[in-house]
Design a protein around this ligand. Structure first.
Ligand SMILES: Nc1ncnc2c1ncn2[C@@H]1O[C@H](COP(=O)(O)OP(=O)(O)OP(=O)(O)O)[C@@H](O)[C@H]1O
Length: 313
């Protein structure tokens, strides 16, 4: 049984300019124990998909289950299996951190869970703030409490929606260490993020969403591999020869060209030389997830083979 299953999920919004398909037949499964990344540019439909998963929005068509529970017909069970860390901060300022977490536990019918609350507080670097009032906390500390709140009922499936937007490096590290530990203990994690290096470091598989459709879904290592092994980056004032233009990304004076392997790197350099392109500050590096992401979003890469339902190792 998958931890999360999206089956033909379509969402049509009725807007001023007629109906708009924010999601168009999204289907994929996330297996139990996976650390899964959902990436996409602004407006791709990530928040819409997460809202449907959380039971906050209804799919126009299709079905979503969490640990086998339908998010519509079996809402309470599905919601209980989920720990969702939302983007926005909403708290009652008069309660302490511990009270806030106890109240949240109560919503899920969980009591006498102070040992777990202590573990979560320690894991998130909040142990010394347990008795502080919410209004005394900095924005970053409040964000940690938000994560703690999502975890009080020990959900098997943890959903992090842009959890590190505008968050400092220290919190990002604390958060990732803790979430990685929970994942090792068997919790399934679904992460949406704009920080591609985070997704690359943490996620075993990644789905990329573009205009409401899944355009790539594979193991992170396969996506990186499919993008071509290397990336040449250099500065130039000259126009690239047409053959290279087609596979280059140019931003101002900076050009980036992907290459499959060392022989291909040689071939690119030879083409530049033959065309008389003057190159400065040449660097040859490994393609990273950002390269993959941009290539797929711009349609210059063959995306990884159509969504595969591959069970993680
Ligand atoms: N309530 C709504 N009514 C009409 N259109 C909507 C509504 N909510 C979202 N949309 C549209 O659906 C599309 C997908 O939005 P969504 O918020 O899911 O994208 P996203 O991938 O989460 O983007 P971001 O990274 O900016 O958060 C967008 O074009 C958005 O304008």
């Amino acid at each position: 049984m998958p931890a999360i299953s999206f089956q033909g999920v379509t969402k049509v919004y009725q807007g001023g300019q007629g109906p708009f398909r924010a999601l168009d037949g999204v289907s994929f499964d996330i297996a139990e124990g996976e650390f899964f990344g959902l990436l996409g540019p602004n407006g791709a439909g990530k928040t819409t998909l997460i809202s449907i998963l959380a039971g906050l929005a209804r799919a126009t068509e299709g079905r979503v289950t969490v640990m086998g529970h339908d998010v519509v017909s079996d809402f309470a069970q599905a919601r209980h299996a989920l720990g969702i860390v939302p983007q926005e901060l909403v708290f009652d300022p008069f309660f302490s951190v511990r009270e806030t977490l106890r109240i949240q536990s109560g919503y899920f019918g969980v009591r006498h869970n102070d040992d777990w609350i202590d573990e979560v507080l320690a894991g998130l670097g909040l142990a010394d703030k347990a008795n502080a009032n919410m209004r005394q906390l900095s924005g970053g500390m409040k964000r940690r409490v938000l994560v703690a709140q999502a975890l009080v009922h020990r959900p098997p499936v943890i959903v992090l929606d842009e959890p590190t937007a505008g968050v400092d490096v220290e919190l990002r590290q604390t958060l990732w260490q803790f979430v990685a530990r929970l994942n090792q203990q068997g919790h399934t994690v679904l992460l949406t993020t704009h920080y591609l290096e985070e997704a690359e470091a943490l996620c075993g598989r990644i789905a990329m969403l573009k205009r409401g459709q899944i355009v790539a879904l594979d193991r992170t290592s396969n996506l990186l591999h499919a993008a071509g092994g290397s990336m040449l980056r250099f500065k130039t004032d000259d126009a690239l020869p047409p053959a290279l233009q087609a596979r280059a990304r140019v931003t101002g004076r900076i050009a980036q060209v992907s290459a499959r392997d060392a022989a291909d790197v040689e071939a690119v350099l030879a083409q530049l030389r033959a065309a008389g392109v003057r190159v400065e500050d040449l660097e040859i590096g490994r393609a990273d997830l950002e390269d993959v992401f941009l290539a797929i979003m711009q349609g210059t890469a063959t995306p990884a083979p159509a969504p595969r339902q591959e069970v993680p190792a």
